[in-house]
Design a protein around this ligand. Sequence first.
Ligand code: URP
Ligand code: ZN
Ligand code: ZN
Ligand code: ZN
Length: 467
Amino acid sequence: MQFDRIIKNGTIVTASDTFVADVGIIGGKIAALANDLTDSADIIDASGLYVMPGGIDSHVHIAQPSGDGIVMADDFESGTRSAAMGGNTSILSFCMQEKGDSLRHSLKVYHDKADGECHIDVAFHMIVTDPTPAVLGQELPALVEDGYTSFKVFMTYENLRLRDDEILNTLDAAKNTGALVMVHCENEDAIRFLIGQHEANGEFSAKSHATTRPIAAEREATHRALSLAEIVDTPIVIVHVSNREAMEEMERARVRGSKVIGETCPQYLMLTADDLDQNEMEGAKFVCSPPPRDKASQDACWDGLQRGVFDLFSSDHCPFRFDDPEGKLIEKGKKSFRWIPNGIPGVATRLPILFSEGVQKGRIDLNRFVALTATNHAKLYGMYPQKGTIAIGSDADIALWDPEKNVTITNDLLAQGCDYTPYEGLEVTGWPVLTMVRGKTVVKDGELSGEKGYGKYLARQKSNLIA
Ligand code: URP
Ligand code: ZN
Ligand code: ZN
Ligand code: ZN
């Protein structure tokens, strides 16, 4: 057979297997996995490297307005570029419904932002903020048919959150159409109560972001979301889980028979609430929700990754410039922590952090790494086996990893729109040295080699939990 490209002599790692073989690629797809492939004018030597499915980051915010005029630091060009630098070949980004808008209109807005801009493949989850009967009864089913098969709802953020009856109706609409619902679990009323108390006491600094969003607020909302899904009898994804008490709620729901998928993120392994407690607004660089907790919670999240409480490891990339051109973040954040936009960057650092802290430190093995960062995302969100594995017939979405490469993370390595990384100075071992999307090199040795616009929009199937 004549191949367009061959990756030779690498160690292939999938979610289930590790083996030495060559990869033959034809027309952007994997056409052969065998030893001694030779027939190609384009041979990449992967001796000493791992050949892994490119990362799929199923929790990324790009070009989403923050609601108070602060603009997100990444557009689809910079966001997908940075994702590729970090070994990702697909992202699932959020399309947020503005209140009063139809889902179709919202989708058009985000497609217009993404079209022609992406370096890697992109799909959308819809954030439902206005679940009217027309939205749930007519639009949602039509969108599922069109390949938008997952929806996120918020229990927090004043302008975005849904009431319990709205969540029930959304879960029911999803159940009836075979869609999957992701939930951000924090109790907004409890948070508002605590913000009021803190401000009344004259506490306005960034560290109060963490104390006004305590574990109890996350645990309670997690319990409630799980109960609502149990009442409707439909699967649920609990996103960005930060601590053991929320994990225990998920495990109890599973024992009762619920289909529960859990996600955690690098910030809950690597950061703590102490990072928010810094002078001169530095703490604002670590403001995300739920907030990072403490060492015990970090240990709990590792335990959850090891024991399968979590199936997904995502970035929740949600970048805001610290020193934004109009200085709004600092200016507003100085008045009170409540005005600091929630979210931190992380699409480029997700994989190196889990590889270094997880695989290299012996906490998880290579196959679990692949499952947590690619395969499970593809299966859960209806992209498997086109995406998320190395198999004949799958897209040649591949990251070559040098497991011994030592890198000190600095923001300029990440090629993102954000002007900082919360992981500045972190030393990691293991780095993606080549990212290939559908057989084409997009990043090699930290240099972008593709053109924007190569990345395609991905319509998706229903979740493997539902089909
Ligand atoms: O602080 C965060 N996580 N911002 C992103 C939006 C969300 O809640 O996922
Ligand atoms: Zn609009
Ligand atoms: Zn969220
Ligand atoms: Zn998010």
